[in-house]
Write a protein that binds this ligand. Sequence first.
Ligand SMILES: *Cc1c(COP(=O)(O)O)cnc(C)c1O
Length: 468
Amino acid sequence: MSLNDSWMQRDLSVLWHPCTQMKDHEQLPLIPIRRGEGVWLEDFDGKQYLDAVSSWWVNVFGHANPRINQRIKDQLDQLEHVMLAGFSHQPVVELSERLVQITPDGLERVFYTDNGSTGIEVALKMSFHYWRNVGQPNKQRFVTLTNSYHGETVAAMSVGDVALFTDTYKPLLLDTFKVPSPDCYLRPDGMSWEDHSRNMFLHMVQTLARHHQEIAAVIVEPLIQGAGGMRMYHPVYLKLLRDACDRYDVHLIHDEIAVGFGRTGTMFACEQAGITPDFLCLSKALTGGYLPMAAVLTTDKLYQAFYDDYTTLRAFLHSHTYTGNPLACAAALATLDIFEQDGVIEANKALATRMASATAHLRDHPHVAEVRQTGMAVAIEMVQDKASKTPYAWQERRGLKVYQHALQRGALLRPLGSVVYFLPPYTITEEQIDFLAEVATEGIDIATRSAVSVAVAPGAPDEFRDPG
Ligand SMILES: *Cc1c(COP(=O)(O)O)cnc(C)c1O
């Protein structure tokens, strides 16, 4: 038995994997990874895989990055952890100063949690609680866009709209206002991203005008709806939204958990709209993909609404055990150093251009409806019928075929349903981008050529996206 097989068997007898129908692993081998270096992951049989999705969008500077490794090792010898209530430490102070400094003006306070979903919970709870503290307790509801994803905990799911992840749990969820997404894949033929995003804003402004007295906040994934299939829109939407939120006295929550730290071409997506949200949620690339941590930044105005004598019970009494973990802060500080010292945002421009040119030919593919890009994210939408953009039935799992082909060829490309995408580490080379494009093209050819016969359950929702 190969080493891979033996680790796979031990794993499958005790683990339950995330976002996985475990029965799939009766056919689909699990890949035990022994080590990583740069953009490469290596399994126990010595096969290498180019990590085209940055291990679920976290790894921006490669695996086992010597600079991040060293910083964590140094921190480990100093202090591994201390509780953050009543105590503090150097890395958390330095990181908070840095985050306040590099994010848009007006974001002056940082609250930490230990993953993206709980960061979203914090923003939602803080917004809700703010309105109580300032004597507007009727503002309790949240506005979200269709096709949004904000995480897996119950309130975060409530503001999400990817049916695959939330439909089962509907009875548990908060009642939110859902506004049609500005998703430019759905724009009329010949219309620009900007015009479509502007037009779609009418739905938002109607909801705000009608219901603002009961609305606490609007939450959006700026520029890219990630888990919803890397659907993209124009920054003008964010600008209009900021104006409307001000006008109607509603908070604006930017979930930049996936798009923060350079993914959209600027350090933060909100920079492209020139705005400051009331809450900026960060995670994923925050620690360079090393350790779980999220940061929620907010304004002094918000902070002051909680600042009072203890007995007024205005404090935000929310905590996670590992809040502000020093090792995670050290990883984040090393990550920010690399951004600064290496001029990463500027250097990424050439890589983004290469990602565009390497995938441009796929626009002519008979089963590709769109190749879209925002900064360091490229997505290729496979469809059954190009002219009408008729999607493949989700049960056909076309994306899975691309995934399997890519693994054979030595790339980790894990599509979202029928959307093949690259979100590579910023340490990728132009040649490696070309390799990914070649593998993706072959995979798309194979996945779209075969006639798949599946029993399509009657009434199954078309928009179900299979993540694997
Ligand atoms: C990944 C993600 C989350 C959830 O973060 P977790 O760390 O997985 O809980 C929330 N919002 C967006 C936009 C994400 O991409």
